[in-house]
Structures are given as structure tokens and as C-alpha cells.
Design a protein around this ligand. Structure first.
Ligand code: PLP
Length: 391
């Protein structure tokens, strides 16, 4: 059994989670830095949700609770998923509460994988996926999406599944961190056909589902319900990253297994946070809509500013990230670029290669940032680019 430190070694997992922490620390150490690295909403948790948590505390709802989560929360979440995405889960048997999607990924992979299995991860990807797979003694196989505008192509998927019979799980994330790309129903159905053919289980991380801009999100679980564990939560939709509430949904027998691992690791999720999330799912249907409008305005400003500076971005129709390609003429790799930009312009953005295969040559900019910061970031970037060409 490997230890966790070994899994977190960037050379072992190839995904540089540690590097991101270091970069964020550098950015935070200087108050003058405009920070566009942040992967969480810059909005406050809505007041009606905070009040529900306060009531839970006052009513002494502060004891150990059942591992699968308060059934009132699960019922509210099931209804929310039905109304928003037309999903039909039985809250009593097909859903549990997790400590954010982060623990959801960990416990789900633990339930599905065993030594020697492989997990297919489209890359670039969210940084925890590789270490999570490794923790189960499974091997992450990365599918480089950079040649197809950062979307998985059905033919590419078929090719890799044909040649890798040990792949048991497809760990999918859309809207995507770090690229901001998302998929329509037709694209998802084509991928589902391939996954069905090879009987590969899908873990679908849809934590950014409320943040899509030109079309409504379509859940993968709608297409392959018996072959999918859906992971979602309130972190991004309701600006609740610190409350740590996620939901895992899927076939009863697998949910039972996930719940056992979840119980072992956590006992259960905080009762106060669960009360808050129940309120979010019951009465917070419009909260994400309000925030989404703001993100969309910011995205449009940032995208058009980047395009004027010749930074190409794949269609960024979801989440709150732009994944910009460094212009051809600039002979600088993404890590050197980001470090130099921070040192010279006090602008912090993340190198694309920190998110693994296919990310090199790109920069991830988060627009979970104020319009002032976005404007200021564009000025700094313009300044950097024009000084660069004079060197
Ligand atoms: N999944 C993706 C793709 C993310 O980008 C993040 C956070 O940045 C998470 C999951 C974490 O979600 P949670 O706060 O529910 O653990």
C-alpha cells in the first residue's frame, strides 16, 4: 500500500496539485496581486441559506446523524434534480450526502475500483482525480483532449477503450475545470453509445451544472442511469464551497457501497451544513440564476479582451474558467509565462500544464472575480504582452 504523500508527489501523479497550492500562496502573499486563480464563487452564500443553518444551531441540530445524510435533505435534492434536470432518483435508496464532490469522487472510486483497474480521465482535468485513482491502487489513464477543442471525441474514446480492457471507470467532468467547455445532449449520447459498448462505468462530476451559458445543462445520468454515478452539490451553484455538501446518486447497490466507505471516512456530514443545503435545494432554485448572469457578463468581457490580445480560448460555455492558448509568437512555456507574469505584473493565473496532459501552452483564468479585477487583469496582460515583444 502506498502512502498518501507518495500519491501527492507530482512526479507520481503527473498532476501538479502541490504546485497549484504553492502558486496560490505566492499570489496571496502580496496584497497588490490581482488573483485570477481562484476556483470558487466570489459571492456570499445567500442569506436564506445562512438563516437555515443558524436555526439548526439554535434548535440543537448538532448531533451525529445517519451516514447517508438527513432524509429531508435527500428528498429536497431529489426534487431539485427532478425539476432542474428531469432526473428520477429515489432519495431513500439511490442517493447519499457526501463531504462535497471531493469526497464523493474519493468514495465512489473506492467503491468501484480494485487493484490493477484503470480509470480513464479526459485531460486536462481537475487535479484530485489522478491521486484519487492512485489511492485505490488503480491506474489513471489520461485522454488528451487538446486536439479536439478540449472535448472527448467518440472515436478517440472507442480507440482507447478497445486497447485498454482494464479501464473500468470513465471519470467525466463537464462543464469542465479547467477548460470551461461543456457538452450538448447529442455529443453526450454519442459518448454514451461507446461507453455502453465496452460496459465502462461512468462517474460524472457535474458540480458546475448550474453554470452553463448558451444552453441548459443535460445530465449524463439521464442517458445512462444504470451505468452512471452522478456527483453534484451546492459548492458552485449556491456559493457554498466551505459548507462541504455533495450528493452522490446512482444505482442502489453501488450507492450502498459508496455509503459504507463514506461512513468509514466521515461518520456523516455536518448537520448544520445539511440544514443549509436542504434550504438551498428547497428554496434556492433562483440563486444560481442570479449568479450565472453575473458570471456571463464577466466571461464576455474577459473573453473579448483575451481575443483582442490573440489568446485563443475553446468555446467556454460553462463553469467560470477560460483556458487561453498562449499566442504563437510568444516563445514562453505556460509555467514560465505564469511565473513571469506574477513577478512583473502582479497578475496571478494558473499554467495549463498544472492540470495535466494537453494543458501545456495554455493558461487558466478564473472569472469568479470582480469586474474591476477582470478589467485590471486585461490591462496587465496587455502590458506584459507588449513589453514581451519589445524584448
Ligand atoms: N469537481 C470539480 C471539477 C471542481 O473543479 C471542484 C472544485 O474546484 C470540485 C469538484 C470540488 O467540489 P466540492 O466543493 O463539492 O468538493
Amino acid at each position: 500500500m502506498k502512502n498518501l504523500v507518495e500519491f501527492m508527489n507530482p512526479d507520481v501523479v503527473a498532476i501538479k496539485q502541490q504546485e497549484i497550492f504553492k502558486f496560490n500562496a505566492l499570489a496571496k502573499a502580496n496584497n497588490n496581486v490581482v488573483n485570477m486563480t481562484v476556483g470558487e464563487p466570489d459571492f456570499a452564500t445567500p442569506d436564506h441559506i445562512k438563516l437555515a443553518a443558524i436555526h439548526a444551531i439554535i434548535n440543537d441540530d448538532t448531533k451525529y446523524t445517519v451516514p447517508e445524510g438527513d432524509h429531508a435533505l435527500l428528498r429536497a435534492a431529489a426534487n431539485y434534480l427532478k425539476v432542474k434536470y428531469d432526473l428520477n432518483y429515489d432519495p431513500e435508496t439511490e442517493m447519499i450526502t457526501t463531504l462535497g464532490v471531493t469526497e464523493g469522487v474519493f468514495s465512489t472510486l473506492n467503491a468501484l475500483l480494485t487493484t490493477g483497474d484503470q480509470v480513464l480521465i479526459p485531460a486536462p482535468c481537475y487535479t484530485i482525480y489522478g491521486p484519487d485513482a492512485g489511492f485505490d491502487q488503480a491506474e489513471p489513464i489520461y485522454l488528451d483532449t487538446s486536439k479536439s477543442e478540449f472535448k472527448v471525441e467518440p472515436t478517440q474514446l472507442d480507440e482507447v477503450l478497445k486497447t485498454h480492457p482494464r479501464i473500468k471507470v470513465f471519470l467525466f467532468n463537464y462543464p469542465n475545470n479547467p477548460t470551461g467547455v461543456t457538452y450538448n445532449r447529442n455529443e453526450l449520447e454519442k459518448l454514451a453509445d461507446v461507453l455502453k459498448k465496452y460496459n465502462v462505468f461512468v462517474v460524472s462530476d457535474e458540480i458546475y451544472s448550474e453554470l452553463t451559458y448558451s444552453a441548459k445543462h443535460y445530465s449524463f445520468a439521464k442517458i445512462l442511469p444504470k451505468q452512471t454515478i452522478l456527483l453534484n452539490g451546492v459548492s458552485k451553484s449556491h456559493a457554498m464551497t466551505g459548507w462541504r455538501i455533495g450528493i452522490a446518486c446512482g444505482p442502489k447497490e453501488i450507492i450502498e457501497q459508496i455509503n459504507k466507505i463514506h461512513e468509514l471516512a466521515t461518520t456523516a456530514v455536518s448537520t448544520v451544513s445539511q440544514a443549509a443545503a436542504t434550504e438551498a435545494f428547497k428554496n434556492g432554485f433562483d440563486d444560481p440564476i442570479r449568479m450565472r448572469k453575473q458570471y456571463q457578463k464577466r466571461r464576455d468581457v474577459l473573453l473579448s479582451g483575451l481575443e483582442k490580445l490573440d489568446f485563443y480560448c475553446p468555446i467556454p460555455d460553462g463553469a467560470f474558467y477560460l483556458f487561453a492558448k498562449i499566442p504563437e509568437g510568444m516563445n514562453q512555456d505556460d509555467v514560465a509565462f505564469a511565473k513571469d507574469l506574477l513577478a512583473k505584473e502582479n497578475l496571478a493565473i494558473l499554467p495549463g500544464s498544472f492540470f495535466g496532459e494537453g494543458g501545456a501552452g495554455h493558461l487558466r483564468l478564473s472569472y469568479a472575480a470582480s469586474m474591476d479585477n477582470i478589467q485590471s487583469a486585461l490591462l496587465k496582460l496587455a502590458d506584459y504582452v507588449s513589453n514581451y515583444s519589445k524584448r
